[in-house]
Ligand binder design. Structure first.
Ligand code: GDP
Ligand code: IMO
Ligand code: MG
Length: 422
């Protein structure tokens, strides 16, 4: 058996949560391998709408095990809220969730450091989710982080040591006034620690490899997207983890040869939250139409998402980096009313057209478009591929030809059921 991986190919929010939930019946174990509560994965089914931040999107299906891998960063206070909101809708997940002892903890002071760093950057801020992601991964790589397993011994001592170092940085380096925030953050955080302790902490790399050997099927759920990857995204306007397929190996402890299918998920157009370059961005009425129709507001922060046309240069780059074997196209219904639809097939840089992804996406990068006819039909109620209008078939064929990868799933609405598997 191999581990299948599902990853965002754009700037996040492609619809990963929805599709992982749809695919879960075909797997025994569902895992998260990187990122943390910066993620917001939305699921809709049976009149339930739930946004998950750190818990894998397999959690609503019966008899499945969900695992938070070592590559994830966890904030106990967010975790507690998530558990409570699941309880409210009738899901007690204590027996379906395992947490890696090696996952790093987001401390209250990491959140403060995130805020202080963004404030200090002014106009050049990353537009982070302010969840403490950057400072936590910085401590991890700097070999100064606290891990879930640390909760089991001398925890307060370890915590206080990290906290006092962080406070020194906040005061001396950032001159950041945290006086009104810290006490509350800490209270929620320690309550969260108690909730977390009710769950099973494991060496998840051993668990996953054993289960794999015994024939269990596993899917790894990515967070963020390839364009936000720390190495290959639009640096420095990225997140602080490897969001790509290789991240599943380091974030779970599985060997590269144990990776099976790589599902690459993308929207039929593009969105981005936060700062940073976005070649096909539309700052006009068309962009606003995409935002309105697609309800493009952040699942984690509520910020309006920047919208633009599909970018095949960026998509092909992501497909290359991840070794994508199947594509999943989301939110096709959002394009239902468009007369024509543009797709970026190249970048014009200094007068030259290229389809190679450049070192930097700066203001010199000008998208080159091809225009395809829209289908002008409501897709939200269709249930099979036979009902696809001809124009949608052409849109799909065009992308498959330009990427060389088959589109296996087409999503026509936020609900579990609005999913066409080809
Ligand atoms: P994720 O972070 O990749 O899991 O994606 P998000 O949940 O942040 O954002 C995707 C948004 O689009 C959510 O609000 C989903 O409910 C919604 N969504 C997912 N698929 C579709 C679709 O095919 N059509 C429409 N209209 N909405 C969708
Ligand atoms: P999901 O998993 C979209 C963006 C932030 C910011 C940058 C860095 O729901 O697709 P961070 O808080 O990680 O330091 O912020 O990355 N970002 C996301 N954008 N979807 C996400 O997750 C994101 N997680 C982080 O907006 O630009
Ligand atoms: Mg999201």
């Amino acid at each position: 058996m191999k581990v299948d991986v599902l990853l965002g190919l754009q700037w996040g929010d492609e619809g990963k949560g929805k599709v992982v939930d749809v695919l879960t019946p075909g797997y025994d174990i569902i895992t998260r391998f990187q990122g943390g509560p910066n993620a917001g994965h939305t699921l809709e089914f049976n009149n339930i709408k739930q946004v998950l931040h750190t818990i894998p999107s397999g959690i609503f299906r019966k008899n499945k095990m969900n695992v938070i891998g070592n590559g994830v960063v966890l904030d106990p206070s967010v975790f507690k809220k998530e558990i409570e909101s699941l309880k409210k809708i009738g899901f007690d997940i204590k027996h379906n969730l395992l947490i890696s002892k090696k996952a790093h903890l987001i401390l209250p002071t990491h959140r403060l450091l995130d805020a202080a760093s963004e404030k200090a950057k002014g106009d050049t801020k990353i537009g982070s989710t302010l969840k403490g992601i950057g400072p936590t991964y910085r401590d991890k790589i700097g070999r100064e982080g606290l891990r879930v397993g640390d909760m089991l011994e001398n925890f307060e001592e370890k915590y206080n040591q990290r906290k006092s170092q962080h406070l020194l940085t906040l005061e001396k380096y950032y001159n950041f006034d945290y006086s009104n925030l810290l006490e509350n953050f800490e209270k929620e955080w320690f309550e969260g620690v108690e909730v977390m302790k009710q769950f099973r902490f494991i060496d998840s790399e051993n668990y996953i490899n054993k289960e794999l050997k015994s024939g269990k099927s596993i899917i790894a759920e990515g967070a963020q997207g390839t364009m936000l990857d720390i190495d290959f995204g639009s640096y420095p306007y990225v997140t602080s983890s490897n969001t790509i397929c290789a991240g599943a190996c380091t974030g779970l402890g599985i060997a590269p040869r144990n990776i099976g299918e790589v599902f690459g998920i993308f929207k039929a157009y593009c969105t981005r939250v936060g700062s940073g370059p976005f070649p096909t961005e539309l700052n006009d009425v068309t962009g606003q139409n995409l935002r309105d129709k697609g309800n493009e507001y952040g699942s984690t922060t509520g910020r309006p998402r920047r919208c633009g046309w599909l970018d095949l240069v960026a998509l092909n780059y992501s497909i290359m980096i991840n070794g994508v074997s199947s594509l999943i196209m989301m939110k096709v219904d959002v394009l239902d009313e468009f007369e024509t639809i543009k797709i970026c097939t190249g970048y014009k840089i200094n007068g030259k057209i290229t389809n190679e992804f450049p070192y930097e996406l700066n203001e010199k990068v000008e998208p080159v478009y091809e225009e395809l006819p829209g289908w002008k039909k409501d897709l939200t109620k269709i249930t099979s591929e036979d009902e696809f209008p001809e124009e949608l078939k052409s849109y799909i064929k065009f992308i498959e030809e330009k990427t060389g990868v088959p589109i296996k799933i087409v999503s026509v609405g936020p609900n579990r059921q609005q999913t066409i598997i080809r």
